[in-house]
Design a protein around this ligand. Structure first.
Ligand code: SAH
Length: 377
């Protein structure tokens, strides 16, 4: 619930409207686990809320997997037993903040007037931690290289379930924005723009109530063109990333069947028309599949497609998985692809894989759901 909804709930139950502010504070800032924990409101109101069937709380952390690189993959369960995965990357993934470079990070720290040493000495989280959240249980888009696709889509998450993942991770990691600098990416399981209303409501709650700045949030879409146009009109919205993944329609339709509905021309004209804010770019993600879309010729085609769009490209070498019939290209091929784009004036970065050993990297979110659902032996 947002502020307006909680205020009208308080009014309809005959409570003073300032109670809604106390509830918002308890839910989104203190991140309490139940109505009982809200000590700022009277006992009678707590019982009244409980009686009317309102629940306050966080998704249940069913499991945590810790990667050698510090990444944590959480399995989060909701009231109906469905679960999703949420990923904590203690030092970001190098692809979202600023221009993805160390220099960009230093520039940001400078702009904020705080050195990382100062932050460290204050015991705060100095870096650029990133939380990657899910928007649906499973996914309907069916990209051929992605493990989540193998699940199909089970259901949409509510705005509360989307925000709840963030609150649960913040609580578990004992960090709090804005003191701790937290980046957020809507890049977990699901296609956020196919759960548009809940995604937009969640983004507003995260900005207005949880306190994460808009410029620290990025939403990635496989290319739901009408919703890209809608997103451009939202007053509060994360930055936009588009999963391009191919350099021509024939290839993209093979890798991402949704390209048959919204082809490259429609997608790129939406990107061209997208209203950017100050210092904003559109990010294009490109998963490199060995021998499929990673040739210099593909890079040249990509450069031609993106001509005239204020954008950058994040390259992701395929993260492998069972049932995925593609291979990860050699590092040299990735560099060649990057250099080809750079030579044509497109800022291009290689996204460092995070948490591959625990199946937490891009396109790998699926495993624990299956394991958790498997019958006990
Ligand atoms: N559904 C949205 C949000 C997911 S973002 C979208 O498609 O954009 C996840 C990113 O990981 C996407 O850019 C996707 O193309 C990429 N990805 C999917 N499977 C991958 C894999 N096996 N290896 C590397 N990246 C992958």
């Amino acid at each position: 619930m947002n502020s307006a909804e909680l205020t009208s709930l308080m009014q309809s139950t005959g409570e003073a409207s300032y109670r809604s502010q106390q509830l918002l504070e308890a839910i989104y800032r203190q991140r309490v686990g139940s109505v009982e924990e809200i000590s700022t409101i009277p006992r009678e109101l707590r019982s009244k809320l409980a009686e009317t069937g309102f629940t306050v709380g966080l998704p249940r952390i069913e499991n945590r997997f810790l990667s050698q690189d510090g990444t944590v993959r959480y399995l989060m369960a909701f009231a109906d037993g469905q679960s999703v995965e949420t990923v904590w990357m203690p030092e970001g993934d190098g692809g979202e903040a600023g221009d993805g470079s160390e220099a960009g990070e230093q520039a940001e720290r400078f702009a904020e007037g705080v050195s990382s040493d100062q932050k460290k000495s204050q015991g705060q989280n100095p870096g650029r931690s990133t939380i990657c959240i899910s928007s649906q249980v499973g996914c309907a888009v069916d990209c051929q290289f992605c493990l989540t696709a193998l699940l199909g889509v089970k259901r949409n998450l509510t705005a509360g379930e989307i925000v709840g993942q963030v609150c649960a991770v913040l609580k578990d990691q004992e960090v709090s924005p804005p003191e701790d600098r937290i980046n957020l990416v809507f890049m977990g399981m699901g296609e956020p723009l196919l759960n548009y209303d809940n995604f937009v409501k969640a983004a507003r709650l995260l900005v207005q109530e949880v306190g994460i700045a808009e410029r620290r949030m990025t939403v990635s879409t496989a290319g739901i063109v009408p919703r890209i146009h809608d997103l451009g009109r939202e007053l509060i919205r994360p930055k936009l990333a588009i999963s391009l993944n191919a350099s021509n329609d024939e290839l993209r339709s093979r890798l991402m069947p949704l390209n048959k509905k919204w082809n490259l021309e429609m997608l790129l004209s939406a990107a061209r028309a997208y209203p950017l804010r100050t210092r904003e770019w559109v990010t294009f993600e490109y998963v490199l599949l060995g021998g499929v879309n990673d040739a210099v010729g593909n890079a040249q085609e990509v450069a031609a497609l993106l001509q005239g769009i204020h954008c950058k490209v994040n390259l992701i070498a395929l993260n492998p998985g069972p049932g995925i019939d593609f291979t990860t290209p050699e590092a040299g091929q990735v560099t060649l692809f990057q250099n080809t784009l750079r030579a044509r004036g497109i800022p291009t970065f290689v996204r460092r894989p995070r948490g591959r050993d625990i199946y937490a990297a891009c396109g790998q979110l699926k495993r624990t759901v299956e394991i958790a659902k498997a019958p006990a032996l």
